[in-house]
Design a protein around this ligand. Structure first.
Ligand code: EPU
Length: 417
């Protein structure tokens, strides 16, 4: 699909099921390169980023097979290639996590410099510093880094800034590195625990996950163990905002509400209403929302990936709110598209906006700048008067499976062309 056409104003109802977590499955697929045995992965979301990661795994010599919808097997017995295909890797930021397993298995990896991306510059300085701490040497070539290690050994390393993929990459490298590695100032995201639990099941010796200090005792080899991907907490939170914005009662099923504690607390603060079950959230229509300030933070703080939907929610709340997203420098520029649709949002600097609400929104033709801003424009279209056309939807389909079909099922007037 290239664009979505949305007719705003419909009430939604029924149930929408959350798919597997994008930011876990991409790391597990990379982690499969640590093993020479076959792994079966269930609840794999059928999204653009996963298909791209699978293509990269195949280009490196791994065998990947689709067994059924959402079920794949991966076997990296014949892993041979140390170079990430430039074009494929540049299309997927998460490909950087492959550098850990490749270096661990083949003692060498060539990483193409990731370009800037719509949400920020996204440097890899801490990855390179971590590799060097564990004994690798890095050299810079025209547009890439060559990382080689004659001998890797466990070491202490502190992240100068909390990084999700940085933490995951160094955990995977240290898993097969002889000796003890101590990583400090690690990210605490639940997807990292998901990855570590699976690696430990395969025989890795990793402790401290979910705390800032992670200790890894290197092992010689891992055994193939299957896993099921946990539900995507960002998708679940996005659907909660969709229910509130459209003043609809929708059941968001197959999710883990305990991973969304701060998000749900913030929604409550705005006056939003919902019921929580062990694996579902049911939104309840409310007439009035209160303007509420937001600051994003690494887990367990408010996720930057749910900043854009909250920003949109505040355009429908009474009063003035300040949204501060210090994590990436490009995640608030999409607000000019909300302004084109009728919002009143003032950008203070790239990290902060002030929103005056409530303002009605009107259908417009807008392009999706990135994944999370893109889904937010879809939600804006659902409450806008008239027709909204969203272009560049490949950005949205990178992370949301069969979005059009699933939204149609709960009554949204959306179609893809
Ligand atoms: N940073 C550095 N140097 C590094 C690495 C990171 O300065 O070597 C900076 C980044 O520029 C950023 C901050 O550290 O300002 C935090 O970035 P982090 O490394 O944590 O981000 P990431 O690992 O690249 C993952 C998710 C993002 C999510 C962030 C924050 C994946 C594939 N991506 O990115 O997800 O926003 O953590 O939680 O796991 C998304 O799903 O839409 C998405 C962008």
């Amino acid at each position: 699909m290239t664009q979505y056409l949305i007719e705003g104003g419909s009430k939604l109802s029924g149930e929408i099921e959350v798919k597997g977590a994008k930011n876990l499955v991409l790391k597990v697929l990379a982690g499969c390169l640590l093993l020479d045995e076959e792994i079966t992965i269930d609840n794999v979301p059928e999204i653009g980023d996963v298909l791209k990661m699978i293509e990269i795994l195949k280009s490196l010599g791994a065998k990947v097979e689709k067994i059924s919808h959402g079920q794949y097997t991966v076997c990296a017995k014949n892993l041979a290639q140390t170079q990430l295909d430039t074009k494929l890797a540049q299309g997927l930021r998460a490909s950087i996590v492959l550098s850990g397993p490749l270096l661990a298995r083949l003692k060498e990896v060539k990483i193409t410099k990731p370009g800037g991306c719509p949400i920020g510059q996204r440097p890899i300085d801490m990855f390179l510093a971590g590799f060097e701490a564990l004994g690798a040497e890095t050299t810079e070539e025209e547009n890439s880094f060559i990382v080689k290690a004659k001998k890797l050994r466990g070491a202490n390393f502190i992240f100068t800034r909390v990084s999700v993929t940085g933490t995951e990459t160094l955990i995977m490298l240290a898993t097969l590195t002889p000796g003890k590695t101590v990583l400090k100032n690690c990210a605490l995201e639940p997807e990292i625990s998901g990855l570590v639990n699976w690696l430990n099941n395969c025989g890795a010796k990793i402790s401290g996950t979910g705390t800032p200090t992670i200790i890894i005792e290197g092992v010689e080899k891992l055994k193939g163990r299957n896993l099921t991907i946990m539900p995507d907490r960002i998708e679940a939170g996005t659907f909660v905002v969709m229910g509130l914005l459209t003043e609809s009662s929708i059941k968001i099923s197959n999710c883990e509400p305990h991973c969304l504690e701060i998000f749900l607390a913030m929604v409550k603060k705005t006056g939003g209403s919902f019921e929580i079950g062990s694996n579902y959230i049911l939104t309840k229509p409310v007439k009035k929302l209160k303007a509420t300030d937001l600051i994003t933070h690494e887990y367990p703080g408010y996720p930057t990936d749910l900043q854009a939907p909250f920003t949109l929610l505040m355009t429908q709340a009474e009063g003035t709110s300040l949204i501060h997203d210090p994590i990436f420098e490009g995640r608030l520029f999409f607000t000019d598209k909300l302004n084109q649709m009728g919002a009143n949002i003032i950008m203070c600097d790239p990290h902060r906006v002030i929103i005056n609400g409530p303002t009605p929104l009107f259908g417009k033709k807008v392009d999706s700048p990135d994944l999370r801003a893109g889904i937010t424009l879809v939600l804006a279209g659902l409450i806008a008067e008239g027709q909204t056309t969203i272009g560049n939807v490949y950005q949205i389909e990178r992370g949301y499976e069969n979005l059009v079909g699933r939204l149609q099922q709960i009554g949204a007037k959306i179609k893809g062309t």
